[in-house]
Each structure stands twice: as structure tokens, then as C-alpha cells.
Design a protein around this ligand. Structure first.
Ligand code: DC
Length: 211
């Protein structure tokens, strides 16, 4: 049996990243940001001059891709050729192309394998779109964190990011492979009218009552 895995899924700018990070801290688990993994593959694809819409060319890049998925303390990192990727992951070009890259089944298969590896030796709080449905379908700890579109757009703007989240969610929900969807056995947490502290307290209490 693997250590516990907490699955936090939801649309863009739902607050799931902030919430997942705090839950991990509270429980002493490692926080894994899977969006950063899809973003890193997207950034590298663009850097190589490969068109993200050219699926065959993207798939051909994968075997030699120089990305290392590791940790810094209790937080996941992505390194490329010895350097931790940070700002590259939220560049406009990365934002605009990540949904196309994330729709490629071979990309997902590679990253899902890496995501599961994080949980072999230690408990994790993992956030993404398909954690409860695909990465850890058997975990009893699944939360689908969402907020109204207006609230999410305002949160994105407050982060200083210009990102068409509605468009990205549409693409992420419509793709054939592992679309953004709430797992049947996930708890829905609408954060529109809740503070971060309230959301974290609710989820941590639920986990502690069952672990
Ligand atoms: O969480 P984020 O906004 O950084 O994720 C970026 C994109 O990566 C998102 O639009 C869809 C994709 N993604 C995914 O398909 N599956 C995941 N588990 C995480 C992210």
C-alpha cells in the first residue's frame, strides 16, 4: 500500500493550488503541482521550435526530454538542464499552448507515471485536473475545488496574469483523454464565498476524521 494521496482537482484559478499547498503544510505531506509538469513540457516544446499542434513531433521529443521532476523540501519542482523552471511556466506562450500539449495521450502517460512515483515513498497532496479520476483513482481523499467564473477571473487578475481561463477550461474539459471532470466520489468544494483558511480547515478536518 502506498502512503496517503490527497487529490485536489478543479478548474484554472479555482484556488486549488493555494489550498493544496496549505493542506500539505498542515499535514506535513509533499505538495505536487502537476500543472507545472504540463507547463514544463509545453515550454520545452516551444523552445525547441516544435508546433504544439503537431502531435507526432511533440511525441517524438518525449524520449529525450531533459526535464527532471524533483522536489525542493516538501514542494515539487521541475528542472531543465540543471535549472529550476519558474517564470517560464507562466509565460503567455506557455499559457496559450498548455491545453494542446495536455491533450496528447503520450504526454499524459509519461507525466502520470512521474506523478505516481512521487507517492511511492511518501504521502502527497497533488493538485491538477485528473488526480482523482486517473492518477489516484483509488484514493479515498478526493476534492473538486471550484469557484464561479467571475471569482476565478478576479483571482487570476489579482495574480497579475492575463490568461483566458474560460477558454483553457473549455479545452481541458472537452479533450478526449482524461478531461477535467469531477470524480464521482470526489467532494465538491465551492470556494466562491469562503476564505482560503475556511477551505483548508474544512478539507484538513475531513482528512483527519478519516485517516
Ligand atoms: O493548474 P495549471 O493551470 O497550472 O495547469 C495548466 C494546464 O495543464 C491546464 O490548463 C491543464 C493541464 N493540466 C492537466 O491537463 N492535467 C493536470 N493534472 C494538471 C494540469
Amino acid at each position: 500500500m502506498n502512503p496517503p494521496a490527497i487529490a485536489i482537482d478543479g478548474p484554472a484559478a479555482s484556488g486549488k493550488s493555494t489550498v493544496a499547498k496549505l493542506i500539505a503544510k498542515e499535514l506535513g505531506y509533499t505538495f505536487i503541482n502537476t500543472g507545472a509538469m504540463y507547463r514544463a513540457v509545453t515550454w520545452y516544446t516551444l523552445k525547441q521550435g516544435v508546433n504544439p499542434a503537431d502531435t507526432a513531433a511533440v511525441v517524438a521529443l518525449l524520449p529525450g526530454i531533459p526535464l527532471a521532476f524533483g522536489k525542493d523540501g516538501a514542494v515539487s519542482t521541475v528542472m531543465c538542464e540543471g535549472r529550476v523552471l519558474t517564470d517560464e511556466l507562466t509565460e503567455t506562450a506557455t499559457n496559450e499552448n498548455v491545453s494542446a500539449i495536455a491533450a496528447i495521450p503520450e504526454v499524459r502517460a509519461l507525466l502520470v507515471e512521474k506523478q505516481r512515483e512521487y507517492n511511492l515513498a511518501e504521502p502527497v497532496v497533488m493538485e491538477g485536473r485528473d488526480i482523482g479520476t486517473v492518477v489516484f483513482p483509488n484514493t479515498p481523499f478526493k476534492y473538486f475545488v471550484t469557484a464561479s467564473e467571475e471569482v476565478r477571473a478576479a483571482r487570476r487578475a489579482a495574480q497579475g496574469l492575463t490568461d483566458s481561463i474560460a477558454e483553457r477550461d473549455r479545452k481541458d474539459s472537452a479533450r478526449a483523454c482524461a478531461p477535467l471532470t469531477q470524480a464521482e466520489d470526489a467532494q465538491l468544494v465551492d470556494t466562491s464565498d469562503l476564505s482560503i483558511e475556511q477551505v483548508v480547515a474544512h478539507i484538513v478536518a475531513d482528512i483527519r476524521s478519516r485517516i
